[in-house]
Design a binder for this molecule. Structure first.
Ligand SMILES: Cc1cc2nc3c(=O)[nH]c(=O)nc-3n(C[C@H](O)[C@H](O)[C@H](O)COP(=O)(O)OP(=O)(O)OC[C@H]3O[C@@H](n4cnc5c(N)ncnc54)[C@H](O)[C@@H]3O)c2cc1C
Length: 350
């Protein structure tokens, strides 16, 4: 079989971006997704942030990924007549003398400069505890993953390219010429199934180290504040007036959907340490981030199954990175372009 036709398994951020790139190139595809109410991509806050973490460093290849994400989400939004990508101010407040000292050093780094807003943030001291000692970031954004995933699904359904199905690896037959599933022929299958890939019999050797995470829905009056705020936890004001706060990282867990009460209590403490305004936690959502040990992500074809491909390990950066990563994989599969060695599934086999 030579004509490309793809089976994509999973319509999270990875599968959705893969499908859009194929659509753009007019290559036929089918997405099979098991249509769960709660998935990692549905729970994700959709934050896209250049300077992150306790170490206050610029996120890996940020400019490359951000440029692509900006173009990609605007293009998809235009096609769907929807807006789901919003550039957003981001205020990071420093939480200790040690962190302030670290920041004074870090902020001199040349790679920081494009992301530093020249003005210090001005925050309402009635709303935020200790609003001093912070900095504003440029080129941060927010992806409304709910709208993006839902509208993309409706569009793919209208093309007859989306179906509800739980795909069992044993039901997907492949040989060197192609792939067969449910009586249909494909040139390739791409498994984009998030952390569930841990149980895939062809991929059991990929060193997943996934992390369960929880996000709160919060009600509070921020007095018109629209920027994302962060100190100990982040707080995201959404256009509908609701707030999200998060998130926890749990590296050891049995049940993917039931968070540890101690972690929830800690997140609430961080939230109340940030927010002075009265706040009520009205809901929470928990899911598992697909993380691969010592990798920013992995993609490519299986070492002994050339028609079986994989895109996974988006960690906590799926909104930022999925557009570029998906294009890179599709170009590899369609055009034979070389994969980035740092991201190549075969080259990083452990
Ligand atoms: C609490 C929390 C907060 C987060 N916040 C952010 C954030 O602010 N910014 C950000 O960029 N990222 C964030 N993330 C991370 C982000 O959600 C992930 O990077 C991203 O969702 C991973 O996407 P994915 O498509 O690889 O996996 P998933 O979202 O897990 O998608 C996989 C899909 O495959 C389906 N599937 C699995 N197995 C099968 C099968 N056998 N047959 C059919 N379908 C199948 C699943 O149902 C699912 O729909 C957060 C994650 C969590 C948990």
């Amino acid at each position: 079989m030579t004509r490309p036709r793809f089976l994509i398994i999973g319509q999270g951020l990875a599968g959705t971006a893969l499908a859009w790139h194929l659509w753009e190139r007019e290559v036929p595809f089918v997405i099979a997704d098991r249509d769960e109410a709660v998935t990692c991509s549905k729970v994700a806050a959709g934050l896209i942030t250049p300077i992150t973490g306790m170490r206050l460093t610029v996120s890996w290849r940020y400019t490359l990924f951000y440029r692509e994400a900006l173009r990609f989400y605007r293009h998809c939004g235009k096609r769907l007549g929807q807006r789901f990508f919003f550039p957003r101010g981001y205020v990071r407040l420093l939480k200790s003398e040690a962190e302030i000292a670290k920041w004074h050093k870090r902020r001199q780094d040349p790679d920081m400069q494009p992301f530093l807003h020249p003005q210090p943030p001005v925050l309402d001291a009635e709303v935020i505890h200790t609003p001093e000692n912070g900095f504003q970031q440029r080129h941060a954004a927010w992806l409304d993953t709910t709208v993006y995933l839902k509208e993309s699904r409706s569009f793919f359904e209208s093309l007859g390219a989306w179906m509800r199905a739980e795909v069992q690896p044993a039901d997907v037959q492949d040989d060197t010429s192609g792939v067969k599933w449910q009586g249909q022929r494909f040139s390739h299958v791409i498994w984009a199934q998030g952390w569930s890939a841990e149980k895939h019999p062809l991929l059991h050797w990929v060193p997943f180290q996934s992390a369960r995470g929880t996000i709160f829905t919060v009600q509070a009056d921020l007095g018109g504040e629209k920027r994302t705020l962060n100190r100990g936890c982040w707080l995201l004001p959404r256009p509908d007036g609701s707030l999200r706060a998060g998130s926890t990282y749990e590296w050891k867990f049995d049940d993917p959907n039931t968070p540890d009460p101690g972690q929830l209590a800690q997140l609430e403490t961080h939230l109340r340490g940030l927010l002075k305004a009265p706040a009520e936690i009205t809901a929470m959502q928990t899911a598992v981030r697909p993380i691969i040990k010592n990798q920013q992500a992995l993609m490519g074809t299986h070492p002994t199954h050339p028609r079986v491909a994989f895109l996974n390990g988006l960690g906590s950066k799926g909104s930022l990175r999925s557009p570029w990563l998906a294009r890179h994989l599709i170009e590899h599969l369609l055009d034979g372009s070389a994969l980035d060695p740092e991201l190549d599934l075969q080259g990083n086999r452990i």
